[in-house]
Write a protein that binds this ligand. Sequence first.
Ligand code: ASP
Length: 598
Amino acid sequence: MYRTKTCGELRLSDVGQTVTLAGWVQSVHNLGALTFIDLRDRYGITQLAFTEDSSEELKKQAAKLGREFVIQATGKVEERYSKNKNLPTGEIEILVSELTIINESLTPPFTIEENSDGGDDLRMKYRYLDLRRPTVRQNLELRHKFAFEVRRYLDEHGFLEIETPVLVNSTPEGARDFVVPSRMNPGQFYALPQSPQTLKQLLMVAGMDRYFQIVKCFRDEDLRADRQPEFTQIDCEMSFVEQEDILQMFEGMSRHLFKTIKGIDIPALPRMTWADAMKFYGSDKPDTRFGMKFVELKTTQVDNASKEIVPSIFPEGFAVFDSAAYIGAICAEGQAVYTRKQLDQLTDFVKRPQVGAKGLVYARVQEDGSVKSSVDKFYTPETLNLLKEKMSAKPGDLILILSGDDAMKVRKQLSELRLEMGARMGLRDKNKYSCLWVIDFPMYEWSDEENRLMAMHHPFTSPKPEDIPLLDTDPASVRANAYDMVINGVEVGGGSIRIHDAKLQQKIFEILGFTPEQAQQKFGFLMNAFKYGAPPHGGLAYGLDRFVSLFAGLDSIRDCIAFPKNNSGRDVMLDAPGVIDQTQLDELCIDVKLPSTK
Ligand code: ASP
């Protein structure tokens, strides 16, 4: 037997027992007559002690030990003289009587402790060492527990976990596919699934009724902190349901996860229409941990977010506002203390290319209630007073205003500013959770790149029945039976009620610009299936990595993935992707032409 106990379990009540532990040497402290070793395994750290009374042989063995050696130690559990309150095992130590070096270790490239001294690249190259650190390990433990509770909840509600293939076909309308050449079908390629969307719909046609799968999905997109080329979805689908049934079922799952994993009772999830989310937060995934809602001071355009024109509160005089199609503002409570320098920083923030605003107008409400603004010379005190009223601003508040000629663009810029102010004001506390459903997404969004309407969710999403007539007259204003679950400004999941009628599906493909032949070629398998009795169905998928990182309070999903890829999509540990042999290429009939490098 390698061990009788783990390094995390011994307490004062175990004093007197003889135990055997096995693990890695985290540190060696040599104090002359005494040697202490921190022995680590997945369960914790236990101190091993060698004293003056230890045998010469034992002392010799101990002297050989280096960091990350794998050892086995037997000894008596004793009460520690100086206790370590920070360690669950900190009241005891093992007085070692037998020591075996099981395996030696090279000196690791960074210290493997709570906070590693290795940079990101080094930690990723030696990820197997990085994973020995308790913080990273705890994230994987949390992830395991999360997936386990998902399975428990869905199993209790009659869902079947069914695997779908990983080698599938490329589908248009999504992100870019990862493709796999087929040796047996030269010149042909599989694609890795971006999600099992059509397959889960076919499982509904097959009568499986309730399906789920914790499944890898692949998208060849540019990477960001919350994106990986391969990621994990909790993919779900149900038959004979309406939107309300799905919202209830999965709100229940979220409640179950919060309760069993975080010990938190979350209130019923509020529902916000996409239009309101855009109008008041400038985002389809609003962070509702704090208010600071937008106030529209002028809108000359009616769009999917604003159904009404709002006349400007500002009389003519300031060219930027006069020509703007939209003026919107937020009120940052108590922030009138912002200095000129801080306001300049904020202006730089909104002018960064990632945000893209042209400038920032601000107004401070002074202690006497008067308003001091960066546009004082254009407006009378009465106008500025009206601004204060519209914003419900109090003395000490800071009003921040953005404007521009495209309302949606300005809303998104104002959303960035709102999030920035929220962060600066400490309103985005990681331990506080605010969940909601965003519902009634538009069916389509205009793509400048493609010069056509694209499905906002995906082309299998059902329009709201009452909006179906608009498909012929004003498709851009049609709303979908689509919904997202949003937590703290993160879209953790999303889905829709699907079309289960072959004719309606055909029509949607037409609006997306497919000819009937193209639609048949790409999606014939689905539309044909719909001709054999498709039940009404709908579902959603959660991003497991995102959800877990939210629970773990992480800034990047990478920290809850055992072997993540870096920003260039590389696995630096495996050094993947890599080149393959010419024989392999020949077999696949692939002639590699590298882009010429200048
Ligand atoms: N397949 C969708 C996605 O990957 C989710 C869904 O509609 O169920 O976003």
